[in-house]
Design a protein around this ligand. Structure first.
Ligand code: FAD
Length: 288
């Protein structure tokens, strides 16, 4: 989808989707001197999400793009504690040392903060290259590979030199590149997330430790897992349940709480999990 003249002038790049992938591509292409337009179906009014774990390699790329995660609420990973189904500590990983070993740290960031940080470097009037334009409320319905032309849902056609499909797991453009008819399908595991404000956890001596250490906790209960780690400069604890779909309960939220009640054999952890769930009192969202 690149024209023959493209080596001699900045490319007009059209990106479908302003998620993490689309914005990261826009930031890199802007930095490389290209002219970028991003077409996003949503209005960004209801951006949601919980925390995302950013490994050292991804962290290095973000820094090269101009985004230091600690500037937008990123928390340095201190240690990973992994517990078995019997409640015993199975292993620990010293993630604080990753910055020395791998050059960049492992950090935790709220997805909305990562998304906003990327959006800022993509559109900022300062910085290298020409600010990209993000067209909100513009759903892409198809692409012509031969002419690098996007067709929007409203019928408008946009011509460019290069099209990047970054429209997520349910991409409508994927089939223009891959003709084998790949469709995402459930793989038997759902994730439910909720966030608990740190002050709620600090107020209860029994839950304080989950936020004050900055550590990542992974609790296994058979095939189900509970993951805890801080984000937003340590002001919020991210909690994620990974629940297998073989769970007999159609209501996954109810299943998650039953899991808390019954699947942790170790009394202290079951108690702690119950406290966390009670403190949360918030909606859980399935993200897969
Ligand atoms: C709202 C939201 C919340 C999430 N929360 C979390 C989280 O808390 N933790 C976590 O680990 N992961 C989360 N994810 C998933 C994670 O961000 C992505 O799986 C990962 O970053 C891959 O990024 P991506 O850019 O490929 O896709 P996505 O981040 O899914 O972005 C795709 C973008 O393309 C847009 N789009 C889709 N179709 C079209 C179209 N036809 N035309 C124009 N635009 C289109 C979507 O609106 C979206 O903005 C979330 C994703 C979303 C969209």
């Amino acid at each position: 989808m690149v024209t023959s003249e493209s080596e001699h002038r900045p490319l007009n790049v059209l990106i479908s989707g302003a998620g993490i992938g689309g914005l990261a591509a826009a930031a890199a292409l802007r930095q490389a001197g290209h002219l970028v337009q991003v077409f996003e179906r949503s209005s960004f009014k209801n951006e949601y999400g919980a925390a995302v774990s950013i490994s050292p390699n991804a962290n290095g790329i973000l820094r090269e793009l101009g985004l230091a995660l600690e500037d937008v609420g990123g928390v340095n990973a201190a240690k990973v504690n992994e517990y078995g189904a019997d409640g015993a500590l199975y292993r620990t990983i010293d993630t604080a040392g990753f910055a020395q070993r791998y050059k960049y740290p492992w950090q935790y960031i709220h997805r909305v903060d990562l998304h906003s940080g990327l959006k800022d470097i993509v559109t900022s009037p300062t910085g290298t290259g020409t600010p990209a334009t993000i067209h909100l409320g513009h759903r892409v319905s198809s692409v012509d590979n031969d002419t690098a032309t996007l067709t929007l849902e409203n019928g408008e056609r946009i011509h460019g030199d290069l099209v990047i499909a970054a429209d997520g797991v349910n991409s409508v453009l994927r089939n223009n590149v891959d003709h084998s008819g790949i469709h995402p399908s459930p793989f038997g595991l759902s994730t439910y997330r909720f966030l608990i404000p740190a002050d709620v956890l600090y107020a209860d001596p029994q839950t304080r430790r989950f936020i004050e250490t900055g550590e990542f906790e992974l609790w296994s209960g058979g095939n189900n897992k509970l993951v805890l780690y801080p984000c937003r400069s340590g002001t919020v604890l991210n909690c994620a349940f990974l629940i297998t779909d073989e769970n007999p309960h159609e209501n996954k939220k109810a299943a998650a709480f039953l899991y808390l009640d019954y699947n942790f054999a170790h009394d202290a952890r079951a108690h702690a999990a119950g406290l966390l769930a009670a403190n949360a009192g918030v909606q859980m969202q399935s993200v897969c």
